[in-house]
Design a protein around this ligand. Structure first.
Ligand SMILES: *Cc1c(COP(=O)(O)O)cnc(C)c1O
Length: 451
């Protein structure tokens, strides 16, 4: 009998011991069994980073069916920032799910939806009047931000950026830059989407003003100011490689957008909710977007997304033009209200800044004797390292995969990203303990010596 069959084994949430512990090689027999069933039953199009069968999670630990405790440096892609199965989220969900699970907000409204809108209007950047609409996924929020911007401006063109990621639906695939795996063979894509060059200081060497001038030049020459409804940008790019634009780039884009009646959409789906050391990354760069899309960290793991922005833009749509059957589901809203309270009362922004200092300090220490760590960048608990061949400066995706695999063998789950697949990104839950984080970074340093 496995220890997991024993009723005394702690479940998820804060009762799960916060320590890395391996009792089998990864994947163990039960995880292998699930991977075989997955291969037979689940579409091959749905991949996985780690071949695990997770049975419980809490804080910064994932427990698999074989009894292995894995350190979680990904938070399910920046989702469980408050910690997996946070007790406040669990309690809010349990209370709501026992009251009612769904009425459809467009049919018979309820208070938690309105309360989430009020909270988002309050905590997003800018003091202007704001309104919010809720959806199910990040991609759906992006789709709706574009709908709203087009309706408001009466224009059609939307500008996205090199290395940008905005989702996997048809419109958001068009907005997303990277071909493999997101777009390959899935066209035709939505029309009237244009791409401008991003500020990528490590690889383009441009300061913010020069990078903005280059991007604005492309937009004016290739798209035309009078046709642009919106520009959409991640203040720090997520899937594209945790690319932090040079200082001044985002403010210059905002100034240009404001001057030309173009809606500036900040896609803060990955950067939002304390992740970067501020409630929203726009705050770090001193920009006030017209619209902001959020999802991922919003509800402690439940599916919810939002578009929040200037009231006059958000009200541009005719009544009934926005919505969806499940958008703003009451259980997801209850979870969001609990999670937002945790971000604020536990000051998880400060916690993210601390995690960022620990990560950056340790990564720079490793870099000092390992030139394969080409660039270390990010803000707060959204840090990354870009791996290169030191002789040429070329991206080294093979090394990146070897490191991630070797770390998993030691019980640390890390995610990659980047157009060239050569970036390891660190997105730990913001409640991860210093001991657990130090331990995971020891594992990284160790596996690098033999990778
Ligand atoms: C994850 C992500 C999306 C898409 O969100 P889904 O919930 O997966 O649809 C969009 N934009 C950014 C910046 C993201 O990181």
């Amino acid at each position: 009998m496995s220890q997991l069959d024993s009723p005394t084994v702690p479940l998820g949430g804060p009762t799960l011991p916060q320590e890395r512990r391996l009792v089998t090689p990864i994947p163990g027999p039960r995880s292998q069994e699930l991977m075989a069933r997955k291969a037979a039953a689940v579409s091959a199009g749905v991949g996985h980073t780690a071949p695990l069968s997770i049975v419980a999670a809490g804080g910064g630990i994932l427990l698999d069916a074989d009894g292995n405790s894995i350190v979680d440096l990904g938070s399910g892609i920046a989702v469980t920032s408050v910690g997996n199965a946070h007790p406040a989220v669990v309690a809010a969900v349990q209370e709501q799910v026992a009251q009612f699970t769904h009425t459809c907000f467009m049919v018979a409204p309820y208070e938690p939806y309105v309360a989430v809108a009020e909270a988002l209007n309050r905590i997003t950047p800018g003091e202007h009047d704001k309104k919010t609409a809720l959806f199910n996924s990040g991609a759906e929020a992006v789709e709706n931000a574009v709908k709203i911007a087009r309706k408001h401006t009466g224009r059609q063109a939307v500008v996205a950026f090199d290395h940008g990621y905005h989702g996997r639906t048809n419109l958001t695939m068009a907005l997303t830059a990277k071909h493999m795996p997101y777009k390959a063979g899935f066209g035709p894509f939505a029309p009237e989407i244009y791409r401008a060059p991003m500020s990528y200081p490590y690889r383009d060497g441009l300061d913010g003003a020069a990078a903005a001038k280059r991007a604005i030049g492309v937009i004016e020459k290739h798209v035309g100011v009078t046709d642009v409804a919106a520009i959409i940008i991640e203040p720090i790019q997520g899937e594209g490689g945790f690319i932090v634009p040079a200082d001044g780039f985002l403010p210059a884009l905002q100034e240009w957008a404001n001057a030309n009646g173009v809606v500036l959409i900040a896609d803060e789906i990955q950067t939002g909710f304390a992740r970067t050391g501020a409630m929203f990354a726009s705050d770090l760069f001193g920009i006030v977007p017209d619209l902001i899309t959020t999802a991922k960290g919003i509800a402690g793991g439940l599916p919810l997304a939002a578009v929040t922005g200037r009231a006059e833009i958000m009200d541009a749509s005719h009544t009934g033009g926005l919505g969806g059957t499940y958008g703003g589901n009451p259980v997801a809203c209850a979870a969001a209200l609990a999670a937002i309270e945790v971000y604020e009362t536990e000051d998880l922004s400060a916690r993210a800044r601390h995690i960022g200092e620990v990560l950056e300090g340790r990564l720079r220490e490793i870099q000092a004797s390992d030139p394969r760590l080409g660039d270390i960048r990010g803000r707060g608990a959204m840090m990354a390292v870009e791996f290169i061949d030191p002789a040429t400066g070329d991206p080294d995706a093979a090394l990146t995969s070897r490191v991630v695999r070797a770390a998993l063998d030691e019980g640390v789950l890390m995610l990659t990203c980047g157009t060239y697949g050569n970036v390891i990104r660190f997105l730990p839950p913001l409640v991860i303990g210093d001991d657990l984080l130090d331990d995971a970074l020891d594992v990284l340093a160790h596996v690098l010596t033999s990778s």
